[in-house]
Design a protein around this ligand. Structure first.
Ligand SMILES: [Fe+2]
Length: 348
């Protein structure tokens, strides 16, 4: 996704001889989804991207297992009380997971090693701080309010760039994370009713054309973590084109959709993944009919668990509940939930 981009130098046609200044051939690498039948990008490396000189298994400190939510209860996580430290990859503190998605928190104050997740796409939401994402495609400068979507298999690293930890929610899918299909035309263009569009997405600047030998990369696959050492730096890309690359979207660029009476979360949808969605509840005129009850109605999500991360402002349905900025609430399927008692009468 999201649309065609070209960065750096590429030849006129795919798969023709494209020579370095010293006369040797650049090495092509096709990053492609769904076995050559979906989005892809074609990258040009100074050296072969295939040469591995070492492979070592790593312990995964974040692999703490999963326990069921039993007895069934809603949950309140206070990420604001979790310790800071580590990096955006190995410093992840897992919060909840199922077969479709794993959600972690990071308060990163150190650069990560080179990393790629080969089990699925990642969406990282930065609540505060700034960071640079460097990848085979180039650099993205991320700031508070950014979602950064990193496609499966993208070799990258995170570096905090301010003197404070980067607080981030890390959403790891078991497949691809994309803009909702109902926002897109048949050819993939954002439609007029979508709450954001191509102009709001920031792709990588670059490429980096890095140099180096014997470069370690941490790889996550279904077996866990492996540190592969590559003969040449994976960021030795001089150009690429295609539809597959990491990108950033800042939530301040989300144009809320409103109704006179209360609208359900699909109007806030930002991305979709396999068997889950990501929504963003942004400042907006709230349920402005004189007779409207301007907070959510009680609801029973029979097919889904509902997790909310409170990142800024006030949330009218949670007044007096102890939920604060940095909190996460989990309302699992299996029972009905709604606003705090009295909130409907109190109004916004
Ligand atoms: Fe809910």
């Amino acid at each position: 996704m999201p649309y065609y981009r070209v960065t750096g130098e590429i030849p006129r046609k795919r798969h023709v001889r494209f020579r370095r200044p010293d006369g040797g051939l650049y090495a092509e690498e096709l990053m492609g989804e769904e076995g050559f039948t979906s989005d892809s990008s074609l990258l040009y490396h100074a050296h072969p991207p295939t040469a591995i000189v070492k492979s070592e298994g790593l312990d995964d400190a974040a692999d703490v297992g999963v326990v069921p939510n039993h007895p069934l209860l809603p949950r309140h996580f206070r990420t604001q009380e979790l310790p800071a430290g580590g990096d955006m990859v190995l410093g992840r503190q897992p919060l909840m997971a199922n077969d479709d998605v794993r959600i972690s928190f990071a308060a990163a104050d150190a650069p990560s090693e080179l990393y790629r997740n080969s089990t699925g796409d990642e969406a990282i939401y930065l609540r505060n701080g700034t960071a640079r994402l460097e990848s085979v495609y180039g650099s993205i400068y991320a700031r508070a309010g950014d979602y950064v979507v990193v496609p499966r298999g993208t070799t990258h690293r995170w570096t905090p760039t301010a003197g404070e930890p980067v607080h981030a929610l890390v959403i790891e899918a078991r497949g691809h994370i994309r803009p909702p299909r109902r926002y897109l035309s048949a050819a993939g263009q954002f439609l007029e009713h979508a709450p954001y569009c191509e102009r709001d997405l920031r792709g990588p600047e670059g490429p980096l054309a890095a140099d180096g030998e014997d470069v370690p990369v941490i790889v996550r696959n279904r077996g866990g973590l492996t540190r592969l050492t590559y003969a040449y730096h994976p960021f030795d890309v001089v150009g690429w084109d295609g539809y597959l690359y990491p990108y950033a979207f800042n939530i301040a660029d989300f144009e809320p959709i409103v109704k006179r009476t209360h609208a359900p979360p699909p109007v806030h949808q930002t991305f979709e993944g396999p068997s889950f969605v990501i929504c963003s509840f942004c400042p907006r005129p709230l349920d402005f009919d004189p007779e409207a009850v301007p907070i959510p109605y009680n609801h029973h999500n029979v097919d889904s668990d509902e997790m909310m991360y409170y990142v800024a402002g006030d949330y009218s349905a949670r007044t007096g509940s102890g939920v604060g900025l940095g909190s996460i609430t989990l309302h699992p399927s299996g029972f009905t939930h709604g606003p705090q008692p009295g909130a409907a009468e109190a109004g916004p």
